[in-house]
Design a protein around this ligand. Structure first.
Ligand code: TA6
Length: 308
């Protein structure tokens, strides 16, 4: 029996619940949890990175999340798709000379399952990540990450940062959500109207006028977005996906477009046409979070989809 099968069997014994929660070895390799909830909603979460890979609502429509067919688990790299967790920093580390991984060090790390919850309408699963001694020394703080995924009429993801040390930590983070769309050219994104974004490609601040259309490589950090939900209208699939956030003051909108998609290597050449990242985040320099000693910060997103 492989290590993965042994691990899946042990988790099944410890947390499994018939008709609600099962553990198996994914076709991508690696152990995954499969959550089902009332009325047939389904989600798949990899232990690696505590990464949600799939979310199919009760309506049975197409998966709301996009996942690259070229991604595999267990390669040391994060799966390109689903909801990678950028923590305890977003993007390139502030100390460029230190050659630290982009988006922190937990996206491809092994998280532990620490709890499961079963309610009439929902199934939830909780994961924890304890940084290594080297990682704690790197960040100069005593932090633990906790992720809770709750599946029901929506997909709820909560990322907690627990500071059990004596030093304040300045946190940046993102739930780097990859959404599945029918054709990026027929998508309009609402909810950011009037907000200012930092354009990562030009280095300029821009005020958003009207809905967002994606017609080229797009890499924007909308700031001070608290209270603003994002709605992605997908004319091609005839559905609207809504992402509301809490404990988040930034929203990142990203599509690599053709040339960057080719350079990424783990994306099919035309893969950019069927995906869009809309990320609940807290991004420097305007929207970092000071996590005081003894405190816990929670960032959450709620993803729903409605067919039109
Ligand atoms: O969230 C947008 C972004 O920061 C882009 O700049 C791009 O780098 C993307 O994340 C993907 O990053 P990754 O490290 O997964 O290739």
């Amino acid at each position: 029996m492989s290590d993965e099968l042994r691990a899946a069997a042990a988790l099944e014994r410890a947390f499994g619940r018939t008709g609600a929660l099962a553990f198996s070895v994914s076709p991508l390799g690696g152990v995954v949890a499969v959550l089902t909830a009332a009325k047939g909603a389904r989600a798949v979460i990899a232990l690696q990175g505590a990464q949600v890979l799939s979310y199919v609502p009760a309506s049975g429509e197409r998966d709301v999340l996009w996942c690259s067919p070229r991604s595999r688990l267990g390669t040391g790299k994060p799966v390109r798709g689903g909801v990678p967790i950028c923590w305890p920093w977003f993007g390139a580390h502030a100390d460029a000379a230190a050659k630290r991984p982009a988006h922190g060090f937990v996206r491809a790390a092994k998280w532990s399952v620490t709890g499961a919850g079963f309610e009439t309408e929902t199934t939830s699963l909780t994961f924890e990540y304890e940084p290594s001694m080297d990682q704690l020394a790197m960040i100069g703080a005593q932090l633990t990450a906790r992720l809770r995924v709750t599946l029901g009429a929506a997909l709820d993801i909560e990322l907690e940062t627990i500071n059990s040390g004596t030093e304040t930590f300045t946190l940046s983070q993102a739930l780097h959500t990859y959404l599945a769309v029918g054709d990026i050219g027929r998508v309009r994104i609402h909810g950011m109207e009037g907000l200012t974004y930092y354009d990562q490609l030009t280095g300029r601040d821009v005020v958003q006028s009207g809905p967002i259309a994606i017609e080229q490589e797009t890499d924007r950090i909308y700031r001070d977005t608290a209270g603003h939900a994002v709605t992605i209208d997908d004319a091609s699939l005839g559905r609207s996906i809504r992402i509301s956030s809490a404990g988040s003051a930034s929203i990142v909108i990203w599509n690599p477009w053709r040339e960057k998609a080719m350079r990424l290597g783990d994306m099919e050449p035309e893969g950019y046409r069927t995906m869009l990242c809309a990320e609940s985040a807290n991004v420097a320099p305007n929207n970092t979070v000071r996590v005081e000693p003894g405190s816990t910060h929670t960032m959450a997103c709620r993803i729903t989809s409605e067919t039109n």
